[in-house]
Write a protein that binds this ligand. Structure first.
Ligand code: DX5
Ligand code: ZN
Length: 218
């Protein structure tokens, strides 16, 4: 199932609640919240108290992308704040199995993300218990970067492995997704598409989201 997850990194933070509501009205399937700590990535965004505040602005699932070191320590706060899917990085310094188990024990869906230089195969040992795998299509840290088409073999490798095991794992791509790249990612096997700049810079976000769904669904 195709899902579009607008990244609020490109939104107007002074009216964050209204931006979430606008995305919901424009046909978004979930809302991608980028959490950066200035340590795991060279940028800082927001923490759990803000997630808690904006929770009341939308009933869409909150797709929280933790680009932070030691995610295990902070996951309970993000769960309590109203996250629905919590994705952490393979490269962050938490035990992967324990971190997935923690997310599940808090009643949330677990995602595992890999940076561009990390091979796809590292997620295979955890695939059976993950709801989502996020294959980064840019170096994490900033919006508005160019899509890395050379990540597509990784997307295909995860999709093939999931299918081999009879799993319908969500495979998410994040970074540089636009009308000209979403089709490439969909063809490779992705079904959840994060998009910040392309949606928020659009004059007609609803049209952009429905165009994305049409292209990805082909
Ligand atoms: C980058 C973030 C992305 C970012 C994507 O580290 O994880 O979610 O907002 O933005 P665009 O779609 O502009 O590349
Ligand atoms: Zn992200």
């Amino acid at each position: 199932m195709i899902k579009i997850s607008p990244s609020i990194l490109s939104s107007d933070y002074s009216i964050l609640g209204a931006e979430l509501k606008r995305m919901e009205d424009c046909g978004a399937d979930m809302l991608h919240i980028d959490v950066m700590d200035g340590h795991f990535v060279p940028n800082i965004t927001l923490g759990a108290p803000i997630v808690k505040c904006i929770r009341k602005s939308s009933s869409l699932p909150f797709d929280v992308h933790l680009m932070i070191s030691d995610p295990y320590k902070y996951i309970p706060d993000f769960a309590k704040a109203g996250s629905d899917i919590i994705t952490f990085h393979y490269e962050a310094d938490s035990d992967i199995d324990e971190t997935i188990d923690l997310i599940h024990s808090l009643g949330k869906k677990a995602g595992l993300s890999i940076k561009p230089k990390t091979p796809a195969e590292v997620v295979f040992p955890y695939l059976d218990k993950l709801e989502m795998v996020l294959v980064m299509t840019v170096e994490p840290g900033f919006g508005g970067q160019s899509f890395m088409a050379d990540m597509m073999p990784k997307v295909s490798a995860v999709r093939a492995e999931a299918e081999k095991r009879g799993l319908d794992t969500d495979i998410q791509v994040d970074g540089g997704i636009s009308g000209s790249t979403i089709g490439i990612a969909a063809k490779a096997g992705a079904n959840v598409f994060v998009s910040g700049n392309a949606i928020f810079s659009s004059d007609d976000a609803a049209a952009t989201i429905s165009e994305f769904k049409a292209i990805a669904g082909e």
